[in-house]
Design a binder for this molecule. Structure first.
Ligand SMILES: [Zn+2]
Length: 339
């Protein structure tokens, strides 16, 4: 190796090192900035939450839910949102490093003292954020169950939210949250697409009020349903041409598991009832609303629903057909529905 090549190598190394340093500095700033944006605003600002990155995995949700259900009705009941809030605070919202042992640790401590993590940094933020996402999923409900050949009315506590795709219907999906979309204007995909066949019955994930129904240039035939606590707005879009809904109107109260409409490919047109979507799918979105200003306009909070859809796939609503319409076989009585 001659001198020139050596020098050449050295300067290359130097360039490489300084580039690495610049890159690391950039990554560090980026991490700090993006972390900051996901966290609550300072006390000087209004105190409601401005942004949520929902990074909880289906596995963590299932594990936390099991601990909540198994302790329900005892004086050591642990809420799954408290368990997940502890993990959120511990992991900085990123559940890639999730370990079941961390959950067991949280459960053990919360059983002794439900306020034990109140002093932990960001715990209260994650408790509020995750509760806003998950509060309607678990609770008391009743359902007729076939026990030894007789249908009995059973009161239960557990998962009362459903997959948006009815039981027995095939669908495929992947994590497409934030992917870019170009129809109309450049924007990010603020929901989750579930590909399936036209006509597949679409089910209400959670009970609530129908807040919007009808044609929307982007969503086509769409339904918007607001949870009773007002914090979640469920958006179901691209429903079937000519026959999008099962008797929907604004203000109607729907029950989780009930058939609300049918999968289709409408949308991307100002003209009503137009099929402009290439692949039939349900666009499923969840918007969080902590303050009325966040419902419309530029301050909307939409969360990644991929892990939520995966989690909900354990509870799919069975349906039957009658006079061209589909209905839930065993509709639940949801005790959270107001009188
Ligand atoms: Zn979509």
């Amino acid at each position: 190796m001659d001198q020139t090549t050596d020098k050449h190598h050295m300067s290359q190394n130097r360039i490489f090192l300084s580039l690495t340093a610049v890159l690391l500095a950039f990554l560090f700033c980026f991490a700090v900035l993006s972390r900051k944006s996901a966290l609550p605003v300072s006390a000087a600002d209004a105190s409601y939450i401005k942004w949520v990155d929902f990074g909880v995995t289906a596995t963590a949700m299932s594990d936390a839910m099991a601990l909540d259900i198994e302790s329900y009705g005892t004086d050591e009941h642990v809420s799954w949102t408290s368990l997940l809030a502890y993990l959120g605070a511990k992991y900085g919202g990123n559940f890639k490093s999730y370990q079941k042992a961390d959950l067991a640790y949280a459960a053990e401590n919360l059983k002794k003292d439900p306020a034990c993590f109140d002093g932990m940094k960001y715990y209260s933020y994650y408790k509020k954020a995750y509760s806003a996402v998950l509060d309607g999923f678990l609770g008391t409900y009743a359902v007729y169950e076939n026990i030894d050949g007789r249908y009995r009315y059973q009161e239960k506590y557990g998962l009362k939210a459903f997959s948006p795709i009815a039981r027995g219907y095939y669908y495929s999906d992947f994590d497409d949250f934030g992917a870019s979309r170009s129809y109309g204007y450049r924007r990010h995909h603020l929901g989750h697409d579930m590909m399936g066949s036209v006509g597949t019955p679409i089910v209400a994930v959670e009970s609530g009020y129908v807040e919007a129904v009808g044609w929307n240039q982007y969503g086509g035939w769409r339904i918007g349903i607001r949870s009773f606590d007002g914090k979640r707005y469920y958006y179901y879009a691209h429903l079937r041409k000519d026959h999008p809904y099962n008797d929907m109107y604004e203000g109607k109260i729907v029950t989780a598991g009930e058939v609300i409409g049918y999968l289709g490919m409408t949308g991307y047109s100002t003209r009503e009832n137009t099929n402009n979507i290439n692949t039939p799918h349900l666009h499923f979105g969840i918007q969080l609303i902590f303050h009325p200003d966040q419902k419309d306009g530029t301050n909307q909070i939409w969360i990644d629903c991929y892990e939520i859809a995966k989690f909900l796939s354990q509870n799919r609503s069975a349906v039957y057909r009658e006079n061209g319409e589909y209905y839930a076989v065993g509709p639940i009585t949801d005790f959270s529905i107001p009188d």
